[in-house]
Each structure stands twice: as C-alpha cells, then as structure tokens.
Design a protein around this ligand. Structure first.
Ligand code: CA
Length: 379
C-alpha cells in the first residue's frame, strides 16, 4: 500500500461570545484536519493542535516526503519527517503537524487491518472512560463567583464525575472561586485546577496551600512550561498533585520532565506531542517513572476519538483490584464544529464516554461540515 495524496482542511468558526483564560482570549475556534489518501482508496484522518493555517503549511512541506511511502510503516515515516526538520523543529508547530500525520497513519493502519487503533496498541484495557468537564472560561465582565460557579454546578448536575476550573487570575480571587465551586458541588464531585501558566512559583505555592482543604485532584500548568525546576518547586512546596504537558513535545521533552520529577501527572496532547505513536511512548515512559498519564484534549471530534483510542490502551499503574482509571478531558466550551465534523457525534452519558469500536479511529467524517466550516482565510 502506498500514500497517494495528503490534504489538509483548515476549519474556522466564530464564537457567539469570546472567552478568555489566564493569558489570552479567543473569538474563534479553528482546526487543521489531515487527510491521507492511499492508492487503494483507504483514507486516514488526523488533527493538529494549534494554529490551523500554520500546521497546514508544515503538513504541505511534509507532503512530498509522504507521497509513495508505505503508510503502515508509521514509525519509519515519523522518524524520517522528524529528522528532516529536527534542527529547527524539535518542538511546537513541526511536531503538532507531525502529530496530525501520525494520527492519520494510525487511522489507515486500523482500517487496513480491520481493527480499532486501541486493539493494535494492545487494548482494550477499558471500553469506556469517565470524562471530566473542561470549561469555566471567563466571559464578559460579570462576576466569576456567579456565572462560573453556576457553570461548574451545571456540569455536576449533568453527571460529570469531575470538573476542571480555570484559574491564574490572582491568588486571592482564585482561592475564593475555588472554595465557592467546592461548596457548590459538594464533596463527591472531583475538582481540578488549571492555571494556564498564570503564576510564578511563589504564587503557585501560596495558592496550593490556601486551597489545600478543598480536595483538589490536580493543579495544572501552575507555571510556564519552560521552567521545569519551577514545576518541581511547586510540587514540593504545596500539597496538590501537579500536572502539565499540553505544551511539551516528543519523548525527549517528556524525558526531561520526568527525570526532573516535575509533575505527578503528565498530560500529553496526542495531536501535539507527536501523534499516537509518540503519546504511547510518553505514557509508557511515565508509567515507568510512576507518574500518571491523563491526556490533554482540545479540538474536534477527530482529536476526541484519537484520545479515546489511546485511553482505551493505557495500562493500569499500579495494577490492583480497584485501579485508578485515566480520565477523558471533555471540553464543554463553545465549539461550532467539534461534533459536526463527525457523522456520529461522541457524547457522554452521565459523564461516561464509550470508546469507538470501528476500525482505525472508529469515526467517519462529514465532508459537508468540512465545506461549511472551511476557513475563509486559508489559502
Ligand atoms: Ca490546560
């Protein structure tokens, strides 16, 4: 089997209302989907995390090196593309673009062998995954102690076993919001924090100590991702488990994270870290270090299905009769085409999402949605 064509679909949609996190805001949602077509007609789909048009430009640069290649030799292709751009491309966009290609190759591999990706990766360890709700972005100028607390309580009512709260706006304000959210959902719903790199080390330690009695599941991206020593200091200086990973790339970046004992939980984004191939390597490496792996998920149903495939194949660590199960990050913020790109949407029932069981990623793409949401700005 040979690769006959490589295409990208740059999608974009305006939001009904912009939303913000600690250091930025957005008024649109975008995505770069990768479509790899084989000579026998098999088609694989992948998604790249990050600026869509820039990802598409890099996938276009990969294209001549993919045409004619054997799509089943996914590790060979991964190393070839990585080596081509290695000197300038060890992190960031080169790796996010490579991620979309790698995911599409796994989709092809699954379709070729008639098996879901998680089976080819040694699963299923599990056929459904508990999901936690991601949302609580800042909107407008209303008081977060009102609308954010209501939003968190709404996710709990929907049946989500856990909710992640956006912080990183100031220690005192954040601590008050965390306490109000814990009071609103009661003791049974998990509550995690995501500072989106919004603190320095001292602030992060202070925040962690202030809310130590709020039973917080993890403290995500307390400081900037370049500061691994700072991560380790936060971990030592306050009692909440520290998490991070959506802006770390490849096995080599995560090797440094793990040897620095920087986190309790790694959160590689499969569409950023280097694809399913690399995410599996990172997850296995994390297990060897005794560190949990809860993948970061952001984007369309393609990224969601990709994450479910990996989650279905993550081994229990440590093994026991009542093992700690990984969670699916289920973004609940507005996304006009998250599910529209799929012919059958991926939904939760009472906070639980079933792993797609069809070949490859187990999804089918709605091409009318690709046309409907095609970016007007893409070349
Ligand atoms: Ca995050």
């Amino acid at each position: 089997m040979r690769i006959a064509d490589v295409k990208t679909h740059v999608l974009e949609a305006k939001l009904s209302e912009p939303f913000a996190w600690s250091f930025n805001s957005t008024a649109i949602r975008g995505a770069c989907l990768v479509e790899i077509v084989c000579e026998d007609g098999t088609i694989g789909w992948g998604e790249c995390f990050g600026p869509a048009a820039l990802n598409a430009a890099i996938v276009a640069a990969f294209r001549p090196h993919l045409l004619g290649a054997d799509p089943l030799a996914s590790d060979r292709i991964w190393m070839h593309l990585y080596n081509l751009f290695r000197d300038q491309g060890q992190r960031g966009l080169t790796v996010t673009a490579l991620s979309g290609v790698d995911v599409a190759l796994w989709d092809i591999k699954g379709k070729h062998f008639g098996a879901p990706v998680h089976v080819l990766m040694g699963g299923p360890i599990r056929t459904e995954v508990r999901a936690y709700a991601t949302g609580t972005y800042r909107r407008g100028h209303a008081d977060p102690l009102g609308y954010i607390v209501d939003e968190v309580a709404g996710y709990a009512r929907e049946g989500f076993p856990a909710v992640k709260l956006k912080i990183g706006f100031g220690v005192v304000e954040d601590a008050a919001l965390i306490r109000a959210c814990r009071d609103a959902v009661g003791p049974k719903v998990g509550l995690m924090l995501d500072a989106n790199q919004g603190y320095d080390v001292s602030e992060a330690i202070e925040l962690g100590r202030r809310v130590a009695d709020c039973d917080i599941g993890w403290f995500e991206e307390p400081v900037v991702p370049e500061d691994l020593a700072g991560y380790a200091e936060v971990r030592r200086g306050q009692p909440i488990p520290v998490a991070g990973g959506e802006t770390w790339f490849t096995r080599w970046n995560f090797r440094d994270v793990l040897t620095a004992r920087a986190v309790d939980i790694v959160q590689p984004d499969i569409c950023a870290v280097g694809g399913l191939s690399e995410a599996k390597k990172v997850a296995d490496m994390a297990a060897a270090f005794g560190v949990r792996c809860v993948p970061h998920v952001w984007g369309t149903g393609v990224g969601l299905a990709t994450a479910l495939q990996l989650l279905a194949a993550l081994p229990h660590n440590p093994p026991r009769h009542t093992p700690l199960e990984p969670l699916l990050e289920f973004d609940r913020s507005e996304h006009p085409f998250r599910q529209a790109v799929l012919t059958a949407s991926i939904e939760h029932v009472g906070g639980v999402v079933r792993v797609p069981e069809g070949p490859g990623l187990g999804i089918a793409i709605d091409r009318t949605a690709l046309e409907r949401f095609a970016s007007k700005h893409a070349a």
